[in-house]
Structure formats: C-alpha cells, structure tokens
Design a protein around this ligand. Structure first.
Ligand SMILES: [Zn+2]
Length: 470
C-alpha cells in the first residue's frame, strides 16, 4: 500500500510502527455551529480511509478530538448569553447526529479538550523545561526559533513564513510566529488553574496532548484538511517532537478543499451549505459517492447537479444489491455457467485503492462490476454461488469500505426522514375509518390507488400492514 506523505512530499510504502496496528488521528470539529459540507468531506474521507485499512486487515485505532474550548465558542456563547460549556455540549450532540447521518463509523475515542486540561499542562511544563516555551505574565508561548525543524511540513523556512503569513501581532511574543500554548484568563472566559496562573490552553496544544495521550508518542497517520497544514499541524509537530524527541507522525495525510461550482464556499457568497441541509435532501450514500469520486487530496467541486447524478448512480448499485438479495431469499437458482470473475474484480479494487487511497478508481471498478453482473443476470439462469459472490463483493467494497450502498434496505426511507411510512399509516387509518362508516367504495379506492403505485395492503385479524412491491 502506498500513501502520499505531505511531510516528505512523496508517495511512500505504508509501513506502520507496529503492524498490524495502525494508530490514526484526524483533527475534529470546533463545536460552535453545525458543520458544513467542506468539513463533511474531511470526516467522510477520514472514515473511508479507516474503513479501507480495516478491509486490508489492519487493527485500526481511530481517534478524533472535539475542540470544546476555543475563541469561537466563547465568542458565540457570550453573544447569546449562554455558558460556553453548555453551548459546546449542544453542538457536540449535533455533530454526532450529522456524523451518523453521513454513515461515518464512530471513532474509537472522541477526546474533549476540556477533559484533558491536565495533560496539556503537563506537556507545556515539559516544553518549558526544555526551554522551547516562555512565560510572559501568564501567557505561555512556543519559541519557534528553538525548534530547528520548524516549517518541515509546510515546506517553508521561518523567514518566509514570517513575511507571508497573516500572524496576529502581540507585543509579548519574541517572534511573530511564536504561538500561544497557554492563554492568560480573561473576564467572561472559561479558566483553569495552572503553574502560570489561571487561563486556558491554546488550540494547537490540544491536538498534541490528546493524540499522544490516546495513541502514543508516534502516530502512524495524522489527517486533516489541507488548510490545517500551516500553522496547526506545523505547530503540532513542533510541540510534540520538542517534548518527546521522537517523530510525531509517520504519514501526514491532507484532504483537499471543497469548492461550490468552482467558487470558494462562503456565507457572503450565499453558497454555504451545512451537512445537515444537504442530508435533508440526499441520502448519505449519494454524498459519499460524490466524495469518493474525487481523489481525497484534490480540490472537490460540489454542486447539486453532481449530487443528483451521484444519487442516480448509487441507485444502480442498490438495485443490483436488492435483486441479488431477493434472488438469494427466493432459493430459486439455475445452473448455467458464468464468465464474471469475482476474484479479478476484487483484486482490481484492491490494487486501485492501495495506490494512495485512489477511491475514484475503486468506484470505477464497482460500476464495471455492476454492469458485468447485470449482463450475466439478464441472459442466464445463474447458480446460487453467483449471487452469493456478488453479495459478498458488494458488501465488502461498496458497503463496508465506501458506504455507498446499504444492504439493510429498511433504512431506505431515511432520506425522507421516515415520512413515507407515516404517510402510508395515515392512509391505512383513513381506510379503516371509511370501512367503519360502511363507505366501502372509498376504502377500496384507497387500497387500489396504493396498489397501483406498488404499495400492497394486507388485511389480517390483527390489523392492516403493507409491503412495497419492487
Ligand atoms: Zn488538530
């Protein structure tokens, strides 16, 4: 397996520190609002990579932090007159709703910044002992000039970074690139006791402290949006490596930007979409397919037209999945020979995705498979093994790795929030009422009209149920 490593700027053979274990960390959300569709891309791609590593037999521990103390949270909460901790709590709950909506598998751990303050303080103390951190009247800064490798991830020298980057000017800093490890308490902000007085941690130290706490001093994969390369990930390296004198991360993986119709997504341009808005109209499978069709590191162009075609494409896979499932349930098989080589398709899928998680190529293999399987099924009376193999292949690849089909078909109605089921039940109730009033013409009309659109009512002594004819 090969992975493009942002640190070395090369595609490298993937060799974890301690195989088959893989320790993977992805920067999580700052919980001050619903996350947008660009964030959703990072969460889904992290999830897909993790699922692929599992498919390849690795024992993956996957961790994502939740930043629940930060300038943005405090600002919003204060504007609304709410307690920042409660405000963050609310958006943590909303985060999980949307993650589940996208069918992202839950991480093995979601450490919260406010529950790891003492780990952060310990790490800052270590940095102070090593003389790479300095305290100015209760604010503690990292001295970037003391870390000789500063800039190795973003590929820039300190002098270049200083002139190019937009850095907050602070008279207390020795160097403009120095960043806050600990921020002195201010009126109206959450605060914790520390050796430097009351205050709160800086954002960068949160990720260093929590990732090393959960996964050890050297991680196999650290991922995040490419906007985090500088300064966030550069600073994580500086903090962690100065403290441990070990490599912090073996493979740095960065997800490309998401643009809307070739434009940057922004609230002022009116092209800003939360994941929740998109999931109200489209199933997770369609969103995931759209994401999988672009290489994770490349910019992704998002539009609702593309999402419509992704949705149609997922329907081709789910239609095959349904046919195969029904055929297996019917136990009605033939014995004609088939040409489709299941092993070859799975090898092609693996070879494609082994190359730096090339999901677009993996997706193409799946659609070739759908075409080939449909062709065989049209012309031949196939044996049981054909359907079993087809189901196995689709489950392992399209379902378990990509999440673009779900063999659990009951979930299908989720895109309308289960409303279809409720609607049919209302009609059944009205038909019951019509019958009770001896209005049999109306009762039959309801039954026949439902039947005409494939919804079959079944009366029994215990009541009426329905089934949907496919
Ligand atoms: Zn982070």
């Amino acid at each position: 397996m090969k992975i493009y490593n942002t640190l070395t700027k090369k595609k490298e053979e993937f060799v974890p520190v301690n195989p088959p274990k893989v320790r993977m960390y992805v920067c999580g959300p700052t919980v001050y609002d619903y996350f947008h569709i660009g964030n959703a891309r990072s969460f889904v791609m992290g999830d897909m990579i993790r699922r692929y590593l599992l498919y390849r037999g690795y024992d993956v521990k996957y961790v994502m932090n939740l930043t629940d103390v930060d300038d943005k949270i405090i600002k919003r909460a204060n504007e609304l007159g709410e307690d920042p901790k409660k405000y963050a709590e609310k958006y943590i709950a909303e985060f999980f709703k949307d993650i589940d909506g996208l069918k992202v598998k839950r991480a093995d751990a979601y450490p919260r910044a406010t529950e790891h303050i003492s780990d952060m303080i310990e790490l800052i103390k270590k940095l102070e002992e090593k003389d790479v951190a300095y305290n100015v009247d209760g604010d503690v800064f990292y001295d970037v000039r003391k870390f000789k490798d500063y800039g190795k991830l973003s590929g820039k020298k300190i002098d270049e970074l200083e002139s190019g980057a937009r850095i907050e000017i602070n008279e207390n800093k020795k160097n403009p690139l120095d960043f806050a490890l600990w921020k002195k308490a201010k009126e109206g902000e959450p605060e914790w006791e520390s050796p430097w007085g009351k205050g709160r941690p800086g954002w960068h130290i949160e990720c260093s402290a929590m990732s090393m706490k959960e996964l050890g001093e050297t991680l196999d994969i650290h991922a995040g949006g490419s906007d985090l390369i500088f300064p966030h990930h550069e600073n994580e390296i500086a903090q962690s490596e100065a403290a441990t004198c070990k490599d912090f991360v073996k493979y740095w993986v960065h997800f490309g930007f998401l643009n809307i119709r070739d434009e940057k997504m922004s609230k002022s341009l009116g092209n800003f979409y939360t994941a929740r808005e998109v999931l109200k109209k489209y199933p997770a499978e369609a969103v995931r397919l759209l994401f999988a069709q672009t290489h994770y590191a490349a910019p992704l162009n998002f539009s609702f037209e593309l999402l419509d075609s992704a949705k149609k494409a997922t329907e081709r896979i789910s239609s095959l999945a349904k046919t195969v499932t029904e055929k297996l349930a019917s136990k009605n098989f033939g014995d004609e020979e088939y040409e489709l080589n299941f092993e070859e398709f799975e090898n092609k899928f693996r070879i494609a995705v082994d190359d730096d998680f090339n999901f677009p190529k993996g997706v193409a293999v799946i659609f070739d498979f759908v075409k080939a399987a449909n062709r065989e099924m049209q012309n031949k009376n196939l044996p049981k093994s054909f359907y079993e193999n087809a189901k196995g292949f689709l489950e392992r690849t399209a379902q378990d790795v990509l999440g673009i089909v779900d063999f659990n078909f009951q979930d299908e109605d989720k895109s309308t929030g289960g409303k279809q089921d409720e609607l049919i039940k209302i009609l059944i109730e009205l038909r019951q009422k019509a019958k009770a009033e001896k209005n049999y013409a109306l009762a039959d009309e309801i039954r026949d009209k439902l039947s005409a659109i494939g919804i079959i009512l079944q009366d029994s002594k215990t009541g009426t149920t329905y089934k949907i004819k496919s």
